[in-house]
Structure formats: structure tokens, C-alpha cells
Design a protein around this ligand. Structure first.
Ligand SMILES: Nc1ncnc2c1ncn2[C@@H]1O[C@H](COP(=O)(O)OP(=O)(O)OP(=O)(O)O)[C@@H](O)[C@H]1O
Length: 477
């Protein structure tokens, strides 16, 4: 690992790093910092927990100190919690500069944010949706002079997943100047490289950590094969074992849906585990409060959806449990990357049902590592099976008696309205699309059936012809 002084960083920044216990540059910092200081666009792809944030924060602060003005730098990131974490790094490292930052994320007061933006902060850290709203609705601030556009978790920002940022990114990209430095970072950049090259247009410096595996060596990656019905009993057993054995361990459990996240939280609380949840159906203030309590180890277990899968840096997390096997290797890489960060050790355990085995194979292929089985005393699990499943059912019934599903529907409708769509028309459009899709499927099936029939006919004809030729040959012989 290189000394920060050899990277071209100023003494005050090196001193600031030292105060934080950051002595030597990690490879992504060693390679990207000099290129950024030279004024180049940069794409950095390095494993989770390898210090990508400081790789862009440090050179930006150095450039800012040479010519301080606002708004100098815009950082985009997919989740609200991550925006706060990045802003914190800017604030801590940029303290000697008297850095002014501003966080623009959904779920928080828009008027306060507009005021902060009009005060020309040096650095704006934002999620795309809320920033685009401000750009569309306000003329009290300008992004026209920014020198740096940074996209952290850049591949997620470009993905058209459950949250599609495309339109908001278009709005933001028209508000920032063409002459700028663009920096793109993620642990999984490679799938979206071509799209990203359109954003970082000036022959970007591309750096990718050279390693066969895509997860860190310090991570012990395990799986447990379990029938769906026994999954929760395994979960309770695992947590009981870890909490019995380690006082200071924190655990993140990832679930596939907000509802599952809520039910599991209720269930583990019933078993008196110090559990708290994080998902997108919660009010933003509650989300921040829960995360803060987990970070402070007031609660040792965080149950979360993929809203917590990327970027979050919580050193006490020793274990990540995937309650569902992630459908995409990329999601797996980010989830398990919440532990074993910055050279520490960690364990990940993925609960796998018989229907998920193909997913595990594609994860293993991508990460170039075989997951090992996690040994569990099955007898112990079976002992608690009935109690766990009864408790889960009770929690499900309790949740059904609240307006959780209704809230979800309302949230969906709210989101559509914010996007300028009519929820009823959208529902109709979706139903029609579904109808067309199923008609197409039926049509395809019919065509396939016809092709198969024709093939069979041709085959029969061929066989018959062959038989006849053989017979004529025999006759003439
Ligand atoms: N040079 C360094 N030496 C030691 N620790 C470092 C160094 N640089 C950063 N760190 C620490 O490493 C941890 C992980 O860094 P960071 O959050 O930037 O990782 P990342 O690469 O962005 O991970 P992810 O892909 O999960 O977002 C942080 O706690 C950070 O303070």
C-alpha cells in the first residue's frame, strides 16, 4: 500500500487522514487519486469495503481547497442513508476547509433543502429523484458551474430496477455543465460499462482491482440448504448461537420484501432478540433513527431489504444472513459486502431452498468462489420448528390486522402521482400489457406446437421414404 504523500495530496489532507486512522492508501485510492488530481474522468471498480469513498473525496477536497466555491461538487447515490454517510466523510475529511455540504434526499423537508441549496454549499450529496424535483421546481440555485459530478454505486443509478432513475438522471445531466470531471465508482461496474462511458465522456481513466474473485478473502461465505418451512427455525437457531457465543457481534439479515422484513422483525422481537428493521415502507426519520441505533450497537440485529445492500459501512457487522437467496449475483456481492470491510473478517450465510440452487450456481460462477456448507445441528433446529412457525403465523396475523398492505398500495399510488402518472390509468395499462403478454405467449406456444408437428410429419415421411427405397432395393436384388 502506498503513502498518501506519494499520490500528490496536500499535507493538511494527509494529516486529516492520519487523524482518522487512515495511514496508507488502498489500491483503488493509490490508482484513482493521482488520475483525478490530473483532471481526468475516472471509473473505479473495486471490491466492497476497499475505500472507494475516500478515493473520490480526497482529490475533490484538494481541488476545492485550491479554488473554493459553491456549488463545486455534486455526488449522486442511490439511497438516502448512503447520501448521509458520504456527506459525513466529506465533512470529517474537509473540516479544516470549513466545508459546507448539503444533503438532498427524499422523505425530508423540501423547503429546508431548497434554502440550503440556495446558500451555495461546496458539496451537494443527493439521491436523483429529490434533486431532479428541486431542479425542475426551483431557480434559486445553479449546478451550471460544478467541477465534479460523482456517481457512487454508478451501476445501480443506471439500472432500471424497482427504482428507475433514468428520467431524473436526464434532468440532472442537463443541469450540470458538459465541461466537468465525472467520477464513477462501484464494486460492480463492469456490466454497465458502455452506458457509463456515455456519462464519463473524456476518455476516462478506468481502474479495476485485479483479482479473480469478486468478494474479499476475509469473508467466509457459507450456505445452508433448507426446506422453505424450516428456514425461519434455522434463522432463529443461527442468531441464538451467534448471540450466545459473541457479545460484540452485529448481524444484518437481508429479506426480499418490506413485508417479510417487518414480519421477521416482529418474530425475532418476540424471541427477545434486540432487533430493528430498515425498509422503504418506513418513514424516513424512522429509517435514520433505526440505522443510528444499529450503528451504536443499541440493537445488534438489523433486518433490512436491499435498501441497505449497498455502501453502508458499519464496522461492527460480523455476520450477514441472506434470508432469501438473491436473484442476481450483483445483489449478493453488495449484500455480503456489508461485512469483512477494510481488512476485517466476516461471515455470510445464505439460506438456500431447493428452488434456489441454480441461483447459488450463478452466484458462485460470478464471484469465482464456492460457497461452503455451514454446519448446523439439525436436531436443535427441529426442536424449535413448531414454536418458530407458530410465532411467525401470529406475527403475520398481527400485521394483517394493521394497514401495512394498504399503506404499500398508497405508497405506490403516491409514487406514480409524483412521476406525473395517473395510478388508475397505469393499473389499466399494466393489465392490458399483461393481457398482450399472455396472448403473445399463447401465440408463441401455438407456433412452436405447429413447428413440432411439422417436424414430426417430415420425420415420418423421411422414415417411410427410407423404408420404401430399402424395399425396392431388396426387390430388385
Ligand atoms: N486507506 C485506508 N486505510 C484504512 N481504512 C480505510 C482507508 N480508506 C478507507 N478506509 C475505511 O474503510 C472502510 C470502507 O470504506 P468505503 O465505505 O469507502 O468502502 P467502499 O469501497 O466504498 O465499499 P462499498 O463498495 O461497500 O460501498 C471505511 O470505514 C473507511 O473509513
Amino acid at each position: 500500500m502506498a503513502d498518501f504523500s506519494s499520490l500528490g495530496l496536500s499535507d493538511w489532507l494527509i494529516k486529516q487522514c492520519k487523524q482518522l486512522g487512515i495511514q496508507k492508501a488502498t489500491p483503488v485510492q493509490e490508482n484513482c487519486v493521482p488520475a483525478i488530481l490530473q483532471g481526468r474522468d475516472c471509473m473505479g471498480c473495486a471490491k466492497t469495503g476497499s475505500g472507494k469513498t475516500a478515493a473520490f473525496v480526497l482529490p475533490v477536497l484538494q481541488k476545492l481547497s485550491e479554488d473554493p466555491y459553491g456549488i463545486f461538487c455534486l455526488v449522486l447515490t442511490p439511497t438516502r442513508e448512503l447520501a448521509y454517510q458520504i456527506a459525513e466523510q466529506f465533512r470529517v475529511l474537509g473540516k479544516p476547509l470549513g466545508l459546507r455540504d448539503c444533503i438532498i434526499v427524499g422523505g425530508m423537508d423540501m423547503v429546508t433543502q431548497a434554502l440550503e441549496l440556495s446558500n451555495q454549499p461546496h458539496v451537494v450529496v443527493a439521491t436523483p429523484g429529490r434533486l431532479a424535483d428541486h431542479i425542475r421546481s426551483s431557480s434559486t440555485f445553479s449546478m451550471a458551474k460544478i467541477q465534479f459530478l460523482i456517481m457512487d454505486e454508478a451501476d445501480r443509478l443506471l439500472e432500471q430496477g424497482c427504482t428507475d432513475f433514468t428520467k431524473d438522471l436526464e434532468t440532472i445531466l442537463t443541469a450540470v455543465p458538459a465541461k466537468r470531471q465525472t467520477l464513477l465508482f462501484s464494486a460492480t461496474l463492469t456490466d454497465t460499462l458502455q452506458e457509463l462511458k456515455h456519462i464519463a465522456m473524456n476518455k476516462p481513466f478506468f481502474w479495476e482491482s485485479k483479482s479473480e474473485t469478486r468478494t474479499v478473502e476475509e469473508l467466509d461465505q457459507r450456505y445452508i440448504l433448507t426446506p422453505e418451512k424450516v428456514k425461519d427455525a434455522y434463522l432463529v437457531h443461527l442468531i441464538q448461537t451467534f448471540t450466545d457465543q459473541h457479545d460484540d457481534w452485529s448481524i444484518i439479515i437481508f429479506t426480499s420484501t418490506c413485508k417479510d422484513c417487518q414480519i421477521l422483525t416482529m418474530m425475532l422481537q418476540k424471541f427477545h432478540f434486540p432487533t430493528i428493521s430498515l425498509h422503504s415502507m418506513m418513514k424516513q426519520k424512522q429509517r435514520f433513527a433505526n440505522l443510528a441505533k444499529f450503528k451504536a450497537s443499541v440493537y445488534k440485529i438489523l433486518i433490512a431489504t436491499d435498501v441497505a445492500a449497498r455502501g453502508l459501512d458499519i464496522p461492527t457487522v460480523q455476520v450477514v444472513i441472506n434470508h432469501n437467496t438473491p436473484g442476481l449475483p450483483k445483489i449478493y456481492i453488495h449484500r455480503v459486502g456489508r461485512t469483512a470491510r477494510a481488512g476485517r473478517n466476516g461471515v455470510s450465510i445464505t439460506l438456500v431452498t431447493q428452488y434456489d440452487i441454480h441461483l447459488v450456481h450463478s452466484i458462485e460462477e460470478q464471484i469465482q468462489t464456492k460457497l461452503k456448507e455451514f454446519p448446523v445441528e439439525e436436531k436443535e433446529v427441529l426442536k424449535i420448528l413448531t414454536q418458530v412457525n407458530v410465532t411467525r403465523r401470529e406475527c403475520e396475523i398481527r400485521l394483517e390486522s394493521t394497514d401495512f398492505d394498504e399503506k404499500k398500495e398508497i405508497n405506490k399510488r403516491k409514487q406514480l402521482i409524483l412521476e406525473g402518472k395517473d395510478p388508475d390509468l397505469e393499473a389499466k395499462r399494466k393489465a392490458e400489457l399483461e393481457k398482450i403478454r399472455s396472448q403473445k405467449k399463447k401465440f408463441k406456444q401455438k407456433i412452436q406446437e405447429n413447428i413440432d408437428k411439422q417436424k414430426q410429419k417430415q420425420l415420418k415421411k423421411k422414415l417411410l421414404k427410407r423404408k420404401r427405397t430399402k424395399k425396392t432395393a431388396q426387390d430388385s436384388a
